[in-house]
Design a protein around this ligand. Structure first.
Ligand code: ATP
Length: 199
């Protein structure tokens, strides 16, 4: 599986509909200062569900919407799609190509789409966690983050390695199973109470 292309419209400096193709292998994005290299990385983080405007180098979430430039009016919606190659079937859906889209309107409405169908962020996260992609995944190492990793406490660094190694998803599933077990035990205790009251 690899990222085939990123399609952007109205996201930060990408005012026009822009498609950036990625071939398998090493890809280098080069350009002058301020030309939008980091904005492209922000776009990838954003589609994967980033909820922190600060981590996208903004003050509030609608700062990601193109705010106008000399000779170009602002737009009212930002939309980014990541198109993933799924010919190998790594993602658990019956599509050879999977497009994950996030849209945000200036009015505050926002939506996520999977191959054009509206879905919840939770569904996208569940789909991508198996291939090590997701909001918390460490597949993007931003500027200055290497220093941050080096100065992490051992348990924080361990959590990072667990995510990269794919263990984190099992931990999350165990936590969810434990929560359900607890809920079931609680329900069972209530049923027993009712049963005793009726006996
Ligand atoms: P460097 O090499 O200096 O790190 P870069 O290529 O990574 O630069 P970016 O940080 O991606 O550059 O792009 C910064 C540009 O994006 C700035 O010119 C900024 O004005 C523009 N920009 C950011 N957000 C918006 C927005 N919402 N609307 C319009 N332009 C924006």
């Amino acid at each position: 599986m690899h990222l085939k292309r990123v399609e952007l419209y109205g996201f930060k400096s990408f005012a026009e509909r822009t498609t950036i193709e990625f071939r398998p292998g090493i890809v280098a994005v080069v350009g002058p200062n301020g030309s939008g290299k980091s904005n492209l990385v922000d776009a990838v983080r954003w589609v994967l569900g980033e909820q922190s405007a600060q981590r996208l180098r903004g003050g509030k979430m609608d700062d990601v919407i193109f705010s106008g430039s000399e000779g170009r009016r602002p737009v009212n919606v930002a939309e980014v799609s990541l198109v993933l190659d799924n010919a190998g079937g790594e993602l658990a859906v019956d599509y050879a190509e999977v497009a994950v889209t996030r849209r945000l309107f200036r009015t505050g409405e926002s939506e996520y789409l999977l191959n054009g169908t509206p879905v919840r962020l939770k569904d996208i996260e569940a789909l991508l966690v198996d291939v090590g992609l997701g909001r918390e995944a460490a597949f993007i190492i931003g500027q200055g983050e290497i220093d941050a990793v080096l100065s992490q406490r051992p348990e924080e660094r361990r959590a990072l390695f667990e995510t990269v190694a794919g263990i984190a998803k099992y931990k999350a599933r165990r936590k969810e199973a434990e929560r359900k077990l607890e809920e079931t035990a609680h329900n069972l205790a209530r049923v027993e109470d009712v049963y005793e009251a009726l006996a």
